[in-house]
Write a protein that binds this ligand. Structure first.
Ligand code: CMP
Length: 140
């Protein structure tokens, strides 16, 4: 498997509880390099564009309100098979179903307040990275 890049968000529930460093350490321990990182406070409209694919879901409004409730940390992770590796390190969306030792099993509060987001495929990774970062900000 080639070196890939994936997009990650450390979500409001985690930044609020001062877990940014703990979660970043989980990525690094798994062999993922953080090649871009920025802390920002999204507006609800910016969160809505990011999660537009979920616009028809019943939880969309709640999701956008939550994502704009506190700062987030947007990151680009690089490594061997990075998309799948990051999803493995994150664990299942619902912390009740996340494997022991994963970020969501350790830190997530609920299916909505689940501490991290990670891209699910190469196309979405490219789109999500481009939404938050310019090429000059990716320093591998
Ligand atoms: P994420 O990987 O960021 O992608 C979409 C997000 O929607 C997901 O993580 C969850 O945080 C959120 N989500 C999914 N299902 C629900 C739900 N049933 N209720 C609230 N939020 C949800």
């Amino acid at each position: 498997m080639a070196i890939q890049r994936t997009f990650s968000i450390i979500k409001p529930d985690a930044t609020k509880r001062n877990l940014t460093g703990a979660i970043a350490a989980e990525f690094e321990a798994a062999g993922l390099r953080i090649i871009a990182s920025k802390r920002l406070h999204l507006t609800k409209a910016q969160a809505g564009v990011f999660y537009a694919v979920h616009a028809e879901r019943p939880f969309y409004d709640e999701l956008c309100t939550y994502m704009a409730s506190e700062p987030i940390v947007a990151q680009v992770l690089e490594g061997e098979d990075a998309i799948a590796k990051n999803r493995e390190v994150m664990g299942a969306t619902d912390p009740a179903e996340a494997a022991p030792g994963t970020i969501r099993a350790k830190y997530a509060l609920s299916k909505g307040e689940n501490s991290v987001h990670g891209s699910d495929a190469p196309e979405t990774a490219a789109e999500e990275i481009a939404y938050f970062f310019s090429g000059l900000e990716l320093v591998g």
